[in-house]
Design a protein around this ligand. Sequence first.
Ligand code: TYM
Length: 332
Amino acid sequence: MTRVFSGIKPTGHLTLGNYLGAMRRWAAVDQHRSDALFCVVDLHALTVDHDPARVRRLSRQAATLLLASGLDPELCTVFVQSHVDEHARLSYVLECVATDGEMRRMIQYREKAAREQRRGGSVRLSLLTYPVLMAADILAYGAEEVPVGDDQAQHVELTRDLAVRFNQRYGQAFVVPRATHPKVAARVMNLQEPTSKMGKSDDTGPGIVYLLDEPDVVRKKVMRAVTDSGREVVYDREARPGVANLLEILAACTGGSPEALGGAYASYGALKRDTAEAVVEVLRPVRERHAELCADPGHVEKVLREGAERARGMARPTVDAAYRAIGLLPAG
Ligand code: TYM
């Protein structure tokens, strides 16, 4: 069976972008057709200024939302990154095949480093090496596929480069993975700034639909989405990014195509109303299941404990083999 790995970072409340771009497909498709692992990547949340209590809270919430979105621990492995030492162990070794220049070229590093500097903060070294840790997450499990939104494409490309380089220099240790992206909603945009991604750690709250927003809050955010001065509802990402974003969201929620849906609307108002209702309906079961799971925190903890144990068993042989291959003396 195909081995699949993906992760989600607890740096903010999870958004409609996380759900449509990644989580929904993990639950609907990936966990059924593959041997899949889904991870709350908490170490990654320490790469920017953070509050320890908040990271802990968000990690628990992200794990609960993964289960609420339909991941079934009988079918896949759900766990927290820091519970499995192999990620950090492998990351160091991969740093020894990655280059400084490669890291500095990463778009997300450049954007996030600039943002930290604008806020007057300093840039953590771990922000620069973040993509290496992400490569370790994937390579430790021999994952063949990495289902992600398209903002992660460059990181997965780097993971491939590191795997190939390591294998060529030190012998076949890693499977070379590939990213898979959803057909629609691979990049859900901010409703207030439709040329920027809807990101969970952004500051523009009204442009971000959170998975746990109340239905009326979702409606309000969608109804206030920025569109443009035209009147015709057509799907054109370049010229009409706001409308295109709504059409993509609607298509992702209802199963249609954004182009065809564009022709079906006479006004922006009607498009917004239908999109709002579609989003409310898609999120309803997730919110309901989340509330049930919150009433039984012991269950989530048990899933994570068992998941980490399973994950450790899968990662250790690969990481041990990489340590031997690169020249480290076995502990005996
Ligand atoms: P993160 O936590 O930012 O996002 C989790 C997943 O959600 C997708 N996503 C989106 N998709 C569509 N539109 C959006 N607006 C949107 N926002 C987020 C992301 O593409 C991702 O699939 N570096 C990763 C976490 C990570 C990881 C990994 C992923 C760490 N190690 C190993 C895969 C494999 C990240 O920050 O995702």
